[in-house]
Design a protein. Structure first.
Length: 110
């Protein structure tokens, strides 16, 4: 790393450090690298709830972040034997792809 790059990085870091001063985060030397602490809010709880309700009424955010219920559940068209036959007939490349995607319990030797 050249001296210009070091000076530029130091300058950029010194400008960005004050931005973290009041955000409730302190950088420390632990496993995570930071710790959070409570900060004083500028709004009351009633103001926050009113803003949330207004955003929900406007459709800007969802009323709930829970999973929505499935619209229609249909039974499988395949029998158990057909599913098992399909699993045993997949190629090694397909099995490796399943292993990479879903983990060791879904791939080879399972």
């Amino acid at each position: 790393m050249t001296s210009k790059a070091v000076i530029l990085a130091t300058f950029a870091l010194s400008l960005s450090a004050p931005a973290f001063a009041s955000n409730g985060t302190t950088f420390v030397n632990n496993e995570i690298g930071w710790e959070t602490h409570p900060t004083q809010s500028t709004k009351s709880r009633a103001e926050v709830v009113a803003e949330l309700k207004a955003a929900q009424d406007a459709g800007a955010i969802a009323d709930s972040y829970e999973f929505s219920a499935p619209t229609k559940v249909s039974p499988s068209k395949l029998s158990r034997e057909q599913v098992q036959r399909g699993v045993t007939e997949i190629s090694d490349a397909e099995r490796d792809a399943v292993h990479r995607m879903y983990g060791p319990q879904h791939g080879r030797d399972s």
